[in-house]
Design a protein around this ligand. Structure first.
Ligand code: DQA
Length: 147
């Protein structure tokens, strides 16, 4: 069975109460549910992991290979700083889609650059929690050879 990992970085455990004007009122659980539902609709399954610690996220990426077919990853603030996460993504052979809830390009200039984007399959930016679902659909359809 196809398996997806929904991976979330620092402060995303606070979704719903964290800057709702920017990130909306939905919780991390809501985001994960969107992916789980999309996965089930395609006969697949999804699991999730969130950490506020860079090394934990590196471990999760390394360990995903062989266990999952693809990763939906919101690296949060580490997007803009982490060579370690970039190298971890480069080291594995499963696709990773980068997701940002907010439109980082409308925000501070330090959010405009992603260290990870060029080693990811693609990016979904600025579409709220729907971005998680859309990233999942892109992965699932690519596995089915439809896209
Ligand atoms: C974010 C955007 C990042 O710049 C920020 O540090 C986050 C969340 C987003 O989902 O919009 O924590 O990744």
């Amino acid at each position: 069975m196809t398996r997806l990992l929904v991976l979330n970085g620092p402060n995303l455990n606070l979704l719903g109460k964290r800057e709702p004007g920017i990130y909306g009122k939905g919780s991390l659980k809501d985001a994960v549910e969107l992916v789980k539902t999309a996965a089930e609709e395609h006969g697949a399954e999804a699991e999730s992991y969130q950490s506020n610690h860079e090394g934990d996220l590196v471990d999760a990426i390394q360990q995903a290979e062989g266990k999952y077919d693809g990763i939906i990853f919101n690296p949060a603030a580490y997007t803009h700083t982490s060579i370690a996460l970039r190298d971890a993504i480069s080291a594995i052979d499963i696709p990773v889609i980068e997701v940002h809830i907010s439109n980082v390009h409308q925000r501070e200039s330090f959010r405009h650059h992603s260290m990870l984007a060029s080693v990811c399959k693609g990016q979904v930016v600025g579409l709220g929690l729907s971005g998680y679902r859309l990233a999942a659909l892109a992965l699932l359809e690519s596995f089915e050879g439809r896209r």
